[in-house]
Design a protein around this ligand. Structure first.
Ligand code: NAP
Length: 291
């Protein structure tokens, strides 16, 4: 299936040197990238392991050329974006190394960065690999949830491979800026340490809370707005989070330990009716939350 890309819109993809982009994995993140790229005049080559998704993306005019499992035709891309769960990225990167032209920039969008940067280096893509993690999206997944403008005003962490060419890093910045995002450089190991706390721990806490409620036979319908807010992330895609938990195991385990310690202190204060400690705990947390 192929077709012509729409006329270039007045945005910066051409300034970033992107005429044709391949998006691999047309879920929430990949689908949203494909939509914005297509709307910006980029010719989009799309691949998804679900034929129905690929057909829908093509029918909507977002994907101009559908790539089958062989990825035949990807050699036309100036940019390849890997948007699959983190555990599936290394195999795809190894295949891309053999298929992409030398000048093509390669990025992923995964929620962990250390393992994927290493995989890109092992695949021989280090000089042109810039890992990316957009702080955008939500607990839903799949093409049906993808949308235009998802990355507008979003922070995007960029973790280039250590040997990435400065020109590739600059192009990566330009691509995300053209998507309306705010790119920030952050080395992969530091990214994974920080995100274990700011992203992966909130997911783990929501998941554990959902399970504790389930054990107590409390359904989600019984919850008020606060309970629903606190458990929303528990609905996230299991495959995606298993990959993240495995990739960032050490950092996440440390963060979970920090949460366990706080919960233990809270439980003891509740058990002993220690009002002063309870006051201190709730006040300190409220100060942190900015109330
Ligand atoms: P998604 O909506 O589930 O999309 C993932 C896509 O990858 C789907 O097309 C899926 O196909 C495909 N896929 C799954 N397993 C695969 C495999 N083993 N080989 C090849 N393709 C496979 O997930 P998403 O939210 O877009 O997440 C994509 C990436 O973005 C992940 O690495 C995630 O960590 C990262 N990310 C997510 C968010 C978020 O809020 N969701 C935010 C920032 C970054 P099927 O439909 O056939 O499963």
């Amino acid at each position: 299936v192929s077709g012509a890309a729409p006329a270039a819109a007045a945005c910066g993809f051409s300034a970033a040197g992107v005429g044709t982009a391949a998006v691999l994995g047309l879920g929430l993140i990949g689908g949203s990238l494909a939509r914005d790229l297509a709307a910006g005049g980029v010719r989009v080559l799309g691949h998804d392991r679900h034929g129905e998704t690929l057909a829908a993306a093509t029918a909507e005019g977002v994907v101009h050329h559908a790539l089958d499992a062989s990825l035949h035709g990807i050699g036309e891309a100036d940019l390849a974006l890997v948007a699959v769960p983190v555990q599936a990225a290394p195999e795809l990167l190894a295949r891309l190394a053999a298929l992409l032209p030398d000048g093509a920039l390669v990025m992923d969008v995964g929620s962990t960065k250390r393992a994927v940067v290493e995989a890109a280096q092992q695949a021989g893509l280090g000089a042109r690999f810039v890992g990316a993690h957009p702080l955008a999206g939500d607990h839903r997944s799949g093409w049906g949830t993808s949308r235009r403008g998802l990355f507008r005003e979003a922070r995007v962490f960029l973790a280039p491979a250590p040997d990435a060419a400065p020109a590739c890093v600059q192009r990566a910045r330009s691509v995300w800026a053209a998507l309306g995002a705010r790119p920030e450089l952050l080395p992969a190991a530091e990214h994974d340490r920080r995100l274990a706390w700011s992203s992966h721990l909130p997911q783990a806490a929501a998941t554990a809370l959902a399970l504790a409620l389930s054990d107590a036979r409390v359904s989600r319908e019984e919850l008020g707005p606060g309970g629903r807010d606190a458990t929303r992330l528990a609905a996230s895609d299991a495959e995606m989070w298993v990959g993240i938990a495995r990739d960032n195991a050490e950092n996440l385990a440390g963060a979970i330990t920090g949460l366990e310690e706080r919960l233990r202190t809270l439980r003891r204060a509740v058990e002993h009716g220690n009002v002063a400690t309870l006051h201190a705990i709730f006040r300190e947390a409220a100060r942190w939350a900015g109330s």
